[in-house]
Design a protein around this ligand. Sequence first.
Ligand code: AMP
Ligand code: ZN
Length: 467
Amino acid sequence: MSLSFFNTLARDVQAFAPLDPAGKKVGIYCCGPTVYDFAHIGNWRTFVFGDLVHRYLVFKGYAVTHVMNITDVEDKIIRRVRETKITLREFTDQYETAFFDDLKALNCLMPHYTPRATEHIPEIVSLIEKLIARGIAYQATDGSVYFSIEKYRGCGCNYGQLVKLNFDEMRAGERVASDEYDKESLADFALWKKRVPDDGDVFWPSPWGEGRPGWHIECSAMSMKVLGQSFDLHLGGEDLKFPHHEDEIAQSEGATGKPFVKYWLHGAHLLVEGKKMSKSLGNFFTLRDLLAKGFTGREIRYLLLTAYYRATFNFTLDGLTGAKSALARIDECVGKLRALANGTPDSGNSWLITEFTAALDDDLNVSSAWADIFEWVHEMNKRLVDKTLTSSQAAGELAMWNKINSVLGIESVAEAESPAEIVALLETRQAARKSKDFKRSDEIRDELKAKGWVVEDSPKGPKLKKL
Ligand code: AMP
Ligand code: ZN
């Protein structure tokens, strides 16, 4: 089976074939954070999903360019800036920095490009100029510039590619100025919003007077600037299908006359304890809230990655506690494999990599992959006890596990920070301590010291520190 994705555009699972004639380069655009607050755990489900797509395409041998924009000007931000009385940049900077810190805490690969909307005003203006020149956009009497759905459809273009829309009740020329609206308020939407007193200092000059861009045009301008007029994959949470992504398609295809995106992937939402997250219900968590409760980024990442991305996921604190023990099971098994392998060259392949690839090729079915992984852990533990695993076989299993980890990104902290040889020595020392061979364990401690590492024993287990 080859790699396939559920493409919202086709409402079906489709085999993945990049636009690149050489079949090598792949462009991904994932709608990034609106930096008006700390990202919550629901947002993180979507961003970790974006990271999974990125990592899996690299695993499959593609040359990936991952773009994630920073929405640093839109309605909600302007409202907050007005309340806080600091400048737009001061306001958004704090949440942008927090976002990148959180991204690191969750071990997400840094996207190759993270463009800010406020640094793309010329590109946005030029895109709007193209739409006006093609007769698809117009400046209304309120001074703002709108996208005309009627004119766009009149050119034979299709509005409603991602969602089914009812045009019967839509009155031509009716307009919606806000960035967010629902399908019932289907109307011409704002591309450039004329400056109003409430905008304070947030405005830029343009051919239509001072103002600021609408949210949707920002993503069209930034994605096409980095990835070209047509690119492979566009990702986001399911709530973005309408109007945001539908409007992105209309603006981009309206301006270029070319298909905008080949595959649209939408992640289902995350619920907390079975309910929609809300501050009033007390079930609203930012990543920081969870870290403050003592959970690690690794545990949170693991939990977010246990569910198939198109299934609604119920996030619970009990689930996070479960994540801790699931990871401990994996760590213990990998630790023993490493102690047995002890630097031996690896031999052969493991069945797990074949099953893992088959599961992820099938629209990133991680749930099925986890079932395989825990079956593997069970089998490895049994073979370790039965002593039916040679050192080189253990090394082979470990090499395969590292490849899988390049996709899952849940390597243990010791693995991430210390060389494999040092980690292996630590694990051998642990095994010696367990079997009360303290002479051997002391020898290994000295050996580690000679190599520049100290072991600190703590109630949570041993920790490696560089001398
Ligand atoms: P925002 O910062 O509000 O623009 O959202 C950033 C991303 O998080 C978007 O792709 C949203 O679709 C996504 N998102 C928002 N709420 C949730 C949720 N509860 N579960 C999953 N993704 C979400
Ligand atoms: Zn977007």
